[in-house]
Design a binder for this molecule. Structure first.
Ligand code: NAX
Length: 326
């Protein structure tokens, strides 16, 4: 058996974490030979609820769960940690403007970025789930100057998975038939789900669908899926978000499937003309515990316009919290 690794989860008493923690402890994220120590962070008023979650984790008697820490102190939660899933965030309250939401979360993610910088493993892999995920990842990254910026990522895998299913269902094929799909940009309604390079059972995806379905059905359905779930369920996506977090971390740690892409919000190196330093979702492949942006994808004018619109939104989000960025 391998030595245990430390996995920090914030917002650990929240609804996504309730679907996430049990799968991490079962080995679904890092493999069935990898013991984990869970380091769970919550705000003080939620510590009692967190205690209940920890009791349930105990009651599962997971052979891979090698220890657990429950705390309201980020300096304790991120101590020596190898993986961090930043799920906890300030939800949008009634009458709250987007700018207020950005600022409230900027405060949370700057504290957590500093704690990561001061206490975490130098090889930490960070996934930000809490919204606005890309900009929260940027804030955490900028507050951790001693950690390589490539180690901060934002979750786009739920959008990617949503797009896979829409395309598979439309073409009457299975998920594993769909390859090389990508969702570009921000985890928001400006994201651009792109099937121009995708294949379905080896056939060019665009030849199997028409442009009108693509533009007027597929893209808005994927973009608005979060809102549709809230309308139907009366609560935001939780189990599917947890599943996507598991998929993202598993791909990053253990590798993505040969010949396929995953969508990850990652530190832009200027690829595809996207401003360097933004946390933007690109087509990525993962190998040996690292990710790289797929190069050489030819984008048409339609795609370029969509990619730039979502980039512009990320610039505006960044500028709205500029005074909080070091
Ligand atoms: P919940 O409100 O159920 O849980 C959030 C938890 O975070 C709460 O228990 C709260 O006490 C805790 N928390 C708040 N501030 C904290 C802090 N400073 N430190 C530690 N814990 C803190 O929300 P849930 O449904 O679990 O969603 C969590 C976040 O994920 C939200 O921001 C949500 O918008 C976001 N999502 C992101 C998705 C993505 O694809 N990137 C999809 C699903 C989800 O909407």
């Amino acid at each position: 058996m391998k030595a245990p690794v430390r996995v920090t989860v914030t917002g650990a008493a929240g609804q996504i974490s309730y679907s996430l923690l049990f799968r991490i402890a079962s080995g679904a994220m890092l493999g069935e030979d990898q013991p984990v120590i869970l380091q769970l962070l919550e705000i003080t008023p939620a510590l009692e609820a967190l205690k209940g979650v920890a009791m349930e984790l105990d009651d599962c008697a997971f052979p891979l769960l090698a220890g657990m820490v429950c705390t309201d102190d980020p300096n304790v939660a991120f101590k020596d940690t190898d993986y961090a899933l930043l799920v906890g965030a300030r939800p949008r309250g009634p009458g709250m403007e987007r700018k207020d939401l950005l600022s409230a979360n900027a405060a949370i993610f700057s504290v957590q970025g500093k704690a990561i910088n001061d206490h975490a493993s130098r090889d930490i892999k960070v996934l930000v789930v809490g919204n606005p995920a890309n900009t929260n990842a940027l804030i955490a990254q900028r507050n951790a100057p001693d950690i390589n910026p490539r180690q901060f990522t934002a979750m786009m895998r739920l959008d990617h998975n949503r797009a896979l299913t829409q395309l598979a269902q439309k073409t009457g094929k299975t998920i594993s038939d769909v390859k090389n799909l990508v969702v570009w940009g921000n985890h928001s309604a400006t994201q651009y789900p792109d099937v121009h390079h995708a294949t379905v059972a080896g056939e060019d995806a665009m030849s199997l669908i028409d442009q009108s379905w693509y533009e007027n059905d597929f893209i808005p359905t994927v973009q608005q899926r979060g809102a549709a779930i809230i309308k139907a369920r009366g609560a935001s996506s939780a189990a599917s978000a947890a599943n996507a977090a598991i998929d993202h971390m598993r791909s990053w740690a253990l590798g993505s499937a040969e010949g396929d892409w995953v969508s990850m919000g990652v530190y832009s190196d200027g690829s595809y003309g996207i401003e360097k330093g933004l946390i933007y979702s690109f087509p990525c492949v993962c190998k040996n515990g690292d990710w790289e942006i797929v190069q050489g994808v030819e984008n048409n004018e339609f795609s370029k316009g969509r990619m730039q619109a979502t980039e512009q939104e990320l610039r505006e989000e960044r500028d709205a919290v500029a005074d909080l960025l070091p």
